[in-house]
Design a protein around this ligand. Structure first.
Ligand SMILES: CC(C)(COP(=O)(O)OP(=O)(O)OC[C@H]1O[C@@H](n2cnc3c(N)ncnc32)[C@H](O)[C@@H]1OP(=O)(O)O)[C@@H](O)C(=O)NCCC(=O)NCCS
Length: 179
């Protein structure tokens, strides 16, 4: 199925390798690394090249290519501004993850991208349940998830943040689809 989503302001599509330098500029930000699980900090060009090579190899592997749906987020004025993904946790559930470059925070972009990916997942993949977790000190992400229709599961746990190098209190949420 096409990995292409258009919203009123954004275009979501597979990562374009020509955006790699801009990707590194935006991703090499402690305020982003500390709020996600898997981004090392500092984040270098070498990290990005390895990441890209891994994505390409996974895409070529028929057993793996349906485990991760990864979209680069572009805005028509600024080009590449962030990433959003659905990562298969098990046969039934995908997990949502995202980040937006700091210069573009507070404009509603994460919420717009999230709502679009949820609708795409429901229509294209037939997914009815998506989970997401946010670190307890990340109210902006909590708000994005709430605005997008996620509910708190009641589960509080800890997850490892590569950027912080430690386990961090985390709150789990779930989205159960529109229909
Ligand atoms: C979290 C993140 C994706 C939000 O991106 P964004 O494009 O600014 O998000 P939006 O503009 O769509 O929505 C942000 C909401 O959080 C609110 N918010 C921002 N900072 C907040 C704070 N400190 N306390 C409470 N609410 C806050 C905003 O007011 C907005 O809500 P509103 O529309 O009701 O006013 C972005 O800050 C980011 O990439 N952070 C680092 C990585 C990250 O946290 N990823 C998610 C991991 S779970």
């Amino acid at each position: 199925m096409p990995l292409q989503i258009e919203t009123s302001r954004l275009s979501l599509a597979p990562f374009d390798p020509s955006d790699i330098n801009r990707f590194v500029d935006l991703a090499n930000d402690r305020q982003i690394a500390k709020m996600v699980m898997s981004l090392p900090h500092p984040y270098t060009n070498k990290h990005a090249r390895n990441w890209l090579a891994q994505q390409q190899s996974d895409n070529d592997n028929t057993d793996l290519h349906e485990n991760l749906y990864l979209f680069a987020i572009k805005d028509s004025d600024s080009g590449f501004i962030g990433m959003i993904s659905l990562n298969r946790v098990n046969n039934a559930i995908f997990e949502l993850g995202y980040w937006i470059g700091r210069d573009f925070w507070g404009k509603g972009f994460a919420s717009e991208a999230t709502k679009a990916v949820l609708q795409w997942a429901e229509e294209q993949l037939g997914i009815k349940a998506i989970c997401a977790g946010y670190f307890a000190d990340n109210p902006a992400s909590a708000r994005v998830l709430e605005k997008s229709g996620f509910l708190r599961t009641g589960v509080k746990t800890t997850r490892y943040s590569k950027g912080r190098g430690e386990n961090v209190s985390s709150i789990d949420m779930v989205w159960l689809g529109e229909t």
